[in-house]
Ligand binder design. Structure first.
Ligand code: E8X
Length: 599
């Protein structure tokens, strides 16, 4: 799916700004009631989550539907154009209305969808655009919510002896089976876009290297009548190669490769033309390969220095916040990091564009988090497989051309221990499905939760072993001597599997400003000691090809006895102030090269 870009044949009209908004009172669901919205509407900023824009508990506690509404006028100069609305992300499900008539529905809160306006509205028209948004999570959504009242951290039986009495009392609320606040709403931009009637629908670019030359296998899908032309522009805007026809392969002599910073993340542009339409797609020439226990980028063994992140900021919630994205890219360089995982959902497209331009490597993750935590086999009882495949299909369709994306993560921390054969069957089949959809055939994985790794039959089948391990925090809490021993026992196990291994999460909740001469949990000194001892273990293992502390920054979660104002495992505070651990990694990572760190 192409990102909305203004060009000589295309226009983009932002519909971001101040919309009318109201929460449902539980009686309308997705049905639009204009009188209700008129009577209860108040102002809401878009893009942003709705949860933290008001000082009213209803906005954080809400369970169910909410409504956004604004007027739209299509400029008359769009006459003769193809017109569509594009929603970059509506979390978690949407029903879109124009002048009170339903025009589309979409499930999934982190990937874009479009609504064609042909036969609905045309240039010069004005209309009311309404969006009903559902924030509920369940055993049939990704991310997964608990339906049986068993929250993420233990049961929530309210201490009432009679379960029947407790159930009678229970007010419906979201019970996320994941550790981040269930932010919802029009979290990313909304746009009115135009193209010529005969237009370029999609562009697929598959780069490779042939000696000193670059090769780009391309295919262009179009609608209408016309001929496809393609020009490859250098960073300086020079045409360095060209082709014609809807698919083919183009050679770029003496190509500049895309490399992670501080090397050169060189970007070319594919300028595609079809009839009156022209679209410019940036791309990079780089190769990605797993060979033995190495992860190769451009044939060189890469070492992942970075973190799991979140899209999470004050007031915006999970909403697009470009200033935070720009700042986070600056902090990635300040820290000497070279990568991050889009934990635990696809991020805004603008973040991948920044990563392409600045040379930051991405592990691209779906919103499949929370598949487990249930007494029954989630693979046979949760209704998620079809939606999981849809999400993977749409994720690859959106992100396939980004040079920064080097691996797909199908999920975070699914249960692969309690129903091992069922888990293996689910993940291995989905692994093959994911590979089949990626034109660049990148490595595929999922991120494994702390578990009995000898019982887990799925993790070892992935291209790269990605594990989240909290020895010294959730296990053997505070006892780093025992923690390092237990970690090494496990690394001995993975050494035999001999696949590349990334520690995709390890960390300790840390209260900024809490200092101790004798490091104990929650102090900044403990967080540094924890990382220093564990990183020493990684340094002794050639097959450990990456370290991603959890988390880049503190972030908001559901309230609970384990969370003091959210998850505090950040190297940075939520407003990006460094803890001692940030300085520790800044020193460590600036001394670790992108390539060849492990001999
Ligand atoms: C944590 C992280 C959480 O924030 C992240 O979204 C997924 C969790 C650790 C699970 N991984 O809690 O800080 C470890 C479970 C061990 C029993």
């Amino acid at each position: 799916m192409l990102y909305p870009r203004v060009g000589r044949s295309r226009s983009v009209l932002s519909l971001d700004g101040l919309w009318t908004f109201c929460l449902d009172d539980g009686t309308h669901d997705e049905r639009l009631d204009e009188d209700f919205i008129r009577a209860n509407g108040e102002v809401m900023s878009v893009p942003a989550s709705y949860n933290d824009q008001k000082d009213d508990i209803r906005y954080r506690e809400h369970y169910g539907w909410a409504y956004y509404e604004r007027s739209v006028t299509i400029p008359a100069c769009y006459a003769g154009q193809r017109l569509f609305l594009r929603f970059d992300a509506v979390t978690h499900a949407a029903v879109v209305y124009i002048n009170g008539k339903e025009v589309c529905r979409h499930k999934g809160g982190f990937l874009p969808f479009t609504v064609e306006l042909e036969g609905i509205a045309e240039a010069g028209d004005s209309f009311t655009l309404s969006v009903a948004v559902d924030n509920r999570v369940s055993h049939s959504t990704l991310p997964v919510g608990n339906e049986d009242g068993t929250a993420f951290f233990g049961s929530d039986n309210a201490g009432v002896p009679s379960v029947e009495a407790a159930k009678r009392w229970r007010k419906k609320r979201n019970l996320p089976n994941f550790d981040f606040f269930n932010y919802a709403g029009l979290n990313r931009s909304v746009r009115l876009c135009s193209t010529p009637k005969d237009y370029i629908e999609d562009i697929t670019l598959v780069p490779s290297v042939d000696g000193k030359d670059g090769l780009v296998r391309y295919s262009v899908s179009t609608v209408g009548e016309g001929q496809v032309g393609i020009e490859i522009l250098s960073r300086e805007g020079e045409v360095v190669a060209r082709g014609e026809g809807s698919e083919g392969e183009i050679r770029i002599a003496d190509a500049h490769l895309w490399n992670p910073w501080p090397e050169d993340p060189y970007l070319y542009t594919a300028r595609v033309s079809f009839a009156e339409d022209v679209y410019c797609e940036p791309f990079g020439i780089r190769t990605v390969e797993v060979r033995g226990h190495e992860f190769l980028i451009n044939g060189k063994p890469f070492y992942f220095k970075g973190f799991g992140k979140h899209e999470d900021s004050a007031i915006h919630g999970r909403g697009l916040d470009l200033a935070y994205d720009v700042r986070d890219m600056s902090l990635i360089r300040w820290l000497g990091a070279n990568s991050f995982r889009t934990s635990h959902y696809p991020y805004a497209e603008e973040m991948y564009q920044l990563a392409d331009e600045q040379g930051v490597v991405i592990i691209d993750e779906t919103p499949a988090v929370g598949i487990g935590g249930s007494p029954v086999d989630p693979y046979t009882t949760f209704d998620i497989r079809k939606h999981h495949e849809d999400v993977i299909r749409d994720l690859i369709a959106r992100d396939k051309n980004h040079p920064s994306v080097v691996m797909w993560s199908m999920a975070n921390e699914p249960d692969t221990e309690h129903f091992p054969e069922s888990a293996r069957d689910y993940w291995v089949s989905l692994y093959h499905y994911t590979h089949s959809l990626d034109p660049q055939d990148r490595p595929v994985t999922f991120v494994c939760c702390q578990n009995n790794y000898e019982v887990d039959l799925a993790t070892r089948e992935m291209d790269v072993v990605c594990i989240n391990r909290y020895y010294g925090w959730y296990n053997l809490s505070g006892d780093m001597e025992a923690a390092v021993y237990a970690l090494n026992l496990e690394l001995d196990f993975w050494q035999k599997i001999d696949k590349p291994l990334i520690m995709t999460e390890y960390g300790a909740d840390t209260l900024p400003g809490h200092h101790l001469t004798v490091p104990e949990m929650f102090s900044e000194e403990f967080q540094v000691m924890y990382y220093d001892l564990i990183d020493q273990a990684f340094d002794k293992r050639p097959f450990v090809v990456g370290e991603h502390p959890w988390n880049f920054a503190d972030f908001n979660t559901i309230q609970g006895v384990y969370r003091a104002d959210g998850n505090r495992k950040g190297l940075l505070t939520r407003d990006r102030k460094p803890k001692l651990a940030a300085h520790y990694f800044r020193k460590r990572w600036h001394d670790i090269p992108n390539f060849g760190y492990k001999k």
